[in-house]
Design a binder for this molecule. Structure first.
Ligand code: AHR
Length: 535
């Protein structure tokens, strides 16, 4: 379902100006003394599936690789990801999760099962990167685990056994096995995904069948890490100050509300024996299925059309939030958008099923628009995961043998780090319009927040690929004295970072003037700017 332009503007709480007014400054007002919901840092999460070269080559090269690594994880990738302060990594899938059998990936590597990744290109899966490697990886980058258990070809018992391996005390048989594999302390599983796209690749379940199964997983797949739970009752419950695991149920992958209704109705009626603490939603930007848009060598039409397509996220959030509100008006259950991003045609010469694409300034702009939408719905959207972290779809990082390049989307995520766990502030502005043929879009987008560091932060996106946007920002509640920041932009809509020119699209300082408390900055065409304002 597409929203009309009028709906889109109302949805984003923006006001259009006439085309002639576009040349004037865009007036922005920020209530620095206002308040809003917390922008949960989990909104900036990542997804890493055993798919293509997302894990193998992208993260895992093995201890004997000539590529510098720590216990098999490539050092360049780990170093880059650390800087993003990735709050959580979802693994092992995706569709792959529903055919993943955890036992294939534990114990001495030489003895691990070699299987076939039937979901993704029938690639050989040597299972070198299994549970213990995953936890080593997220520790190296300083992140948290979001484990998706197999609800398609697995069983409740298999998932419960996996959780026991990960979380049980070393005095238990499962915990002793983990300890024998070198990891005495139980791992912390912060998020548990109960299935993946169970309406499709995860088993093609009807909503009612899914809900019945979900209850069994929610009841019996227990987190046995007593320290994390803060309780000595492994059946559930928590004590103040603890950080218990959140269970995330499968939700929608389109505007249809059948799964949302079924899961939320069940949640409302749940008793002491089971619960869920999140509803998943998947929504990609691809214009139409199968994805036919190129990731390189495209023009303004493809730029404008793709940016327009990404705005359907706003519809998706509104449609499903409305159903959630019906059952959960207090917004206890977060909407977890654990697959989103730009899904384009695979790069010529890359393998079928590996979903390998380049990443341009257009994708960074799309990411900014999505992150802004998430923050505007921060009371309900409290976790997301972009698909995917390395070498797959809208990746942060691309690798080729020993070479690595940071994408424009990587830089955008880094620029948005100050918004992690920040308090959203009220902001209003005239968006204006950008037109290309019959594609009409809001020209400017913006969010503001008070960071955990106490600073005032503003993110400003200029969607127009041809015209700069002059911003005049009034900051109510403080007397702005200085503003500084960075801008991500490029000369062409399809500009990318390549191994030969890795810094073609990278953040540069931008100058902003402060006069009588008003901040003035000129946003270059097709750009994202993040400013910090000192009062
Ligand atoms: O991210 C690629 C795939 O997209 C995931 O495996 C699946 O859940 C979705 O359809």
């Amino acid at each position: 379902m597409r929203m009309s332009f009028a709906t889109m503007l109302v949805a984003a709480a923006l006001t259009c100006t006439t085309a002639s007014a576009q040349q004037a400054s865009v007036k922005v007002t920020v209530a620095a003394n206002g308040t809003g919901p917390r922008i949960d840092r989990n909104i900036f999460g990542q997804f890493a599936e055993n798919l293509g070269t997302g894990i193998y080559e992208g993260v895992w090269v093995g201890e004997n690789s000539p590529i510098p690594n720590v216990r098999g994880m490539r050092t360049d990738v780990v170093t880059a990801l650390k800087a993003l302060k990735v709050p959580s990594v979802r693994w092992p899938g995706g569709c792959f999760a529903d055919e993943y059998h955890w036992r294939d990936g534990v114990g001495p590597r030489a003895k691990r099962a070699v299987t076939v990744n039937g979901s993704w290109g029938n690639a050989l899966e040597k299972n070198d990167f299994g549970t213990d490697e995953f936890f080593d990886f997220i520790r190296q980058i300083g992140s948290n685990a979001y484990i998706s258990v197999n609800m398609g070809s697995g069983s409740v018992k298999e998932a419960a056994d996996w959780m026991a391996y990960m979380t049980a005390d070393p005095r238990t048989t499962a915990g002793a096995e983990r300890a024998a594999n070198g990891h005495r302390e139980p791992y912390a599983v912060k998020f548990l995904g109960i299935g993946n796209e169970s309406w499709s690749c995860g088993g093609a379940y009807t909503p009612d069948y899914y809900v019945d199964e979900m209850k069994r997983y929610a009841r019996f797949v227990r987190n046995l890490n007593l320290k994390q739970n803060g309780t000595d009752n492994p059946a559930g419950g928590s004590v103040a100050g603890s950080d218990p695991m959140q269970r995330i149920a499968v939700g929608p992958g389109g505007p249809g509300t059948e799964y949302t209704e079924a899961v939320m109705r069940a949640w409302k009626g749940h008793d002491w024996a089971w619960n869920i603490e999140g509803l998943s939603m998947h929504n990609y930007t691809w214009v139409a299925w199968p994805p036919s848009y190129a990731s390189t060598g495209f023009g303004e039409r493809e730029y404008a059309t793709l940016v327009k397509d990404t705005l359907k996220m706003e519809d998706m959030i509104r449609i499903h939030s409305a159903v959630m509100d019906k059952y959960d008006p207090d917004k206890k259950v977060p909407l977890v958008i654990d697959e989103w991003g730009v899904w384009l045609k695979k790069l010529p010469g890359s393998r079928d099923g590996f979903l390998h694409q380049q990443n341009s300034i257009r994708d960074a702009i799309v990411a900014s628009i999505n992150l802004n939408m998430f923050t505007r719905h921060a009371d309900r959207v409290r976790m997301t995961a972009i698909a995917q972290m390395v070498n797959v779809l809208q990746a942060m990082i691309l690798t080729d043998g020993p070479k690595m390049v940071l994408t424009p989307t990587y830089h955008l995520f880094k620029m948005y780090v100050p918004f992690q766990d920040a308090t959203r502030l009220p902001i209003s502005f005239d968006a204006g319009t950008y037109r290309f043929g019959d594609v009409v879009l809001p020209r400017v987008d913006a969010i503001a927040a008070r960071g955990k560091d106490g600073k005032l932060w503003i993110a400003l996106t200029n969607v127009d690929p041809n015209q700069p946007a002059r911003i005049a920002a009034r900051i109510d509640g403080i007397r702005a004295r200085a503003a500084s920041g960075t801008v991500l932009t490029a000369d062409r809509v399809d500009a990318i970072n390549s191994y030969d020119a890795p810094d073609a699209v990278s953040p540069r300082p931008i100058s902003a003037r402060v006069d009588a408390g008003q901040v003035s900055v000129t946003l270059p065409p097709k750009s994202v700017t993040v400013l910090s304002i000192a009062g």
